[in-house]
Design a protein around this ligand. Structure first.
Ligand code: ACO
Length: 373
């Protein structure tokens, strides 16, 4: 009999090979195609990272310009997709909007010999902010916004569609860094879902739609929304400490903390936290960051558990005036790059993903006809 504790959740199981990223490898931490995430977050823009993940190499200046222009040209929603978005009921979760938008686009612009996987990856990267914010404005006040824009990057495009004006340099760069950090993370639950679907030779949209579904849960991408809700419960660090101790006594899971692979810290958290602090300073925040830092200190002291990327990205997004329900969708907007790279890789070396299970049900037994039950 296998050791169920070790096998549950496939913890520690190598489920395939990848040349895209490393997570938690001793001495290297998180790398995308060999580059450390710290270097990428400091030196690169999100579009350079997207190109790196999707193409496999950093772009030249000309390649980057061409790529930015291609993305700009793909931001307009098809009319039929606008109609679908307008039908979604009030109260729909924005993750369901993206999941439905992705699936519907797969019907309006199906994958074909003429429309290949790279074009679809670029289209989804360009269109996810448009889908989300077209729906948001229509839902909030019936406005049918024009999502076409010559904004140079995804972060700018998102913030401009959300707030109606060009963002400040600080706001744009803070979101850009967050998108870099969220872009890729090896065989996490949503990426593995994309790869499993791709391994059946299903179309690109089906794989991404499944990935969005997997990302939605609070144990994965949904944790950034839950972390925000937790921080907002408290008005002072002392209140936060007391409230957290009560939650720990009840054995509650504290969202935004812990990780399956990292054991002592999440390198992405070390990068995002200073950016959250910069925005806090710009907003003269006296409450949210002190509360967040106390929660971090108490979690380290009581449980020796560290914040993951979702924890400090929550206040960062909040300071950018992004509604909490859009936090996990922002994860999708970034992660479509990593998902795409993994779908390409799976397809290039495909074998159907189909593990086996240890059977623990009843032994073979005679069938009892309905009349005798
Ligand atoms: N709050 C409280 N206790 C925790 C937490 C947490 N956030 N994370 C782990 N623990 C405890 C567990 O209760 C367990 O304790 P036990 O040994 O006494 O039972 C121990 O630490 C080990 O935890 P596991 O559940 O075995 O860790 P696993 O690898 O299965 O889970 C996970 C990892 C899902 C990320 C977990 O840490 C968690 O639920 N965190 C909160 C959700 C979250 O923040 N998710 C975002 C992940 S990162 C991302 O998607 C960007």
């Amino acid at each position: 009999m296998i050791d169920a504790k070790n096998v549950e959740g496939l913890a520690g199981i190598v489920a395939g090979q990848t040349a895209i990223s490393t997570v938690g490898k001793e001495g290297v931490g998180l790398t995308y195609r060999g580059y450390s995430v710290e270097d990428l977050a400091r030196e690169a823009t999100f579009e350079e990272v997207a190109y790196l993940l999707i193409d496999g190499a950093l772009p030249s200046r000309t390649q980057l310009e061409d790529y930015r222009h291609k993305l700009m040209s793909l931001r307009t929603l098809p009319d039929k997709l606008k109609t679908v978005l307008e039908q979604l009921p009030a109260g729909t979760h924005p993750m369901d909007v993206l999941r439905t938008g992705c699936s519907a686009l797969g019907a309006f612009e199906p994958e074909s010999a003429a429309r290949g996987q790279v074009d679809i990856a670029d289209r989804l990267l360009a269109l996810f902010p448009s889908i989300l914010l077209y729906w948001l404005h229509f839902q909030n006040n019936g406005a049918r916004i024009d999502t076409a824009s010559d904004a140079p990057g995804t972060a700018w495009h998102f913030l401009e569609l959300l707030g109606g004006e060009a963002p400040s340099d600080l706001d744009e760069r803070a979101l850009d860094v967050a998108l870099i950090l969220y872009a890729e993370h090896e065989f996490n639950a949503s990426t593995f879902t994309c790869r499993t679907i791709a391994s059946t030779l299903a179309d690109f949209y089906s794989a991404v739609t499944g990935g969005i579904g997997a990302l939605r849960g609070p144990l994965h991408g949904g944790a950034n929304e839950s972390a925000m809700q937790l921080m907002q419960k408290f008005h002072t660090p002392d209140q936060a400490e007391q409230g957290l101790l009560e939650m720990l006594a009840r054995k509650d899971l504290i969202m935004g903390f812990g990780h399956r692979v990292y054991k002592s810290s999440d390198p992405r958290s070390e990068v995002i936290k200073p950016w959250a602090n910069k925005l806090a300073e710009a907003h003269a925040d006296q409450c949210l960051m002190p509360v967040a830092e106390r929660l971090e200190a108490v979690m380290r002291r009581e449980k020796n558990i560290f914040p993951n990327l979702d924890f400090y990205s929550a206040p960062l997004f909040h300071f950018l005036d992004i509604p909490t329900s859009l936090f996990t969708p922002l994860f999708v907007i970034a992660r479509i790059t990593g998902w795409s790279a993994h779908i390409f890789e799976q397809r290039a070396h495909n074998r159907l993903i189909r593990p086996t299970a240890e059977y623990i049900g009843p032994p073979p037994r005679p069938f009892v006809p309905l009349a005798k039950r």
